[in-house]
Design a protein around this ligand. Structure first.
Ligand code: C5P
Length: 232
């Protein structure tokens, strides 16, 4: 089974990203390019990271009408990324359209994941602001099943939800889990978090780790700590 640590490269520029990644001499970590970096630099950042040998999760969380998402996905598909994502809240029709857009003429495509509920969303906010009256667990499972039925490869969710998603959608359905903090680290803006070791016990396939690595005094050591707890 593939288990890996993905570093969230939430940097404002290509220069800041390369300065950070140049500290990694002996390894080529799997990296996540999110909205901040992609909107600042465009596709060139993805091409350069690919050229440098990194696997790439392009985290743009698409959410629009099916036709728009399909066309956007077919553009993203031409970039050499390994994973892309969208919001399951965009409906099953949108997810199916996304898959069509992503699939290349030869049938290959990057992995496609659905965001269930962001790990910054509490059950209380989901009830009061989004007017979703189910429990957060039921909502996450329901969105995961929709994504599974639409043919997606997995979901982005809290590690605390990975086990139940796998029970509903099967062990092969990927769980990519942000909201990771070391036992002795800062929680930041997440509500539903866990440690790398706990994420492993709960069955996550990939953990996405940003500030615990990028803001560490020694990012390479922090990365190795994640790998040791989660992968080895
Ligand atoms: O710094 P931190 O470890 O909190 O970074 C988490 C990363 O995971 C951020 O890039 C954030 O955009 C991303 N994220 C996500 N899906 C969520 C929650 C966070 O992709 N549900």
């Amino acid at each position: 089974m593939t288990r890996d640590v993905i570093i969230a490269c939430d940097f404002p520029s290509a220069d800041a990203t390369y300065t950070f990644l140049d500290r990694f001499i002996d390894e080529r970590p799997f990296v996540k390019v999110g909205m901040e970096l992609y909107y600042a630099e465009g596709p060139s950042i993805v091409r350069e990271l690919h050229r440098r040998g990194h696997k790439i999760f392009l985290d743009l969380k698409l959410h629009d009408i099916p036709n728009t998402v399909q066309k956007a996905m077919s553009v993203l598909s031409s970039l050499q990324v390994d994973m892309v994502n969208l919001h399951a809240a965009g409906t099953k029709a949108m997810m199916e359209a996304a898959l069509r857009g992503l699939t290349r003429a030869d049938g290959s495509r990057p992995l496609l994941l659905a965001v269930t509920q962001l790990t910054s969303t509490s059950e209380e906010r989901m009830h009061d602001e989004l007017l979703i009256s189910s429990s957060i667990n039921d909502c996450v499972c329901h969105y995961a099943e929709l994504a599974h039925d639409a043919g997606l490869d997995g979901v982005v969710c809290s590690p605390l939800e990975a086990e139940m998603v796998k029970q509903r959608c099967g062990q092969g359905f990927l769980t990519v889990t942000p909201g990771i903090r070391f036992a002795d680290g800062n929680v930041g803006d997440h509500v539903r978090i866990t440690t790398p070791a706990d994420a492993r016990r709960k069955g996550s396939d990939y953990i996405v780790v940003g500030r615990p690595i990028t803001a560490a005094d020694d990012p390479v050591t922090a990365y190795h700590r994640c790998v040791k707890e989660f992968v080895l």
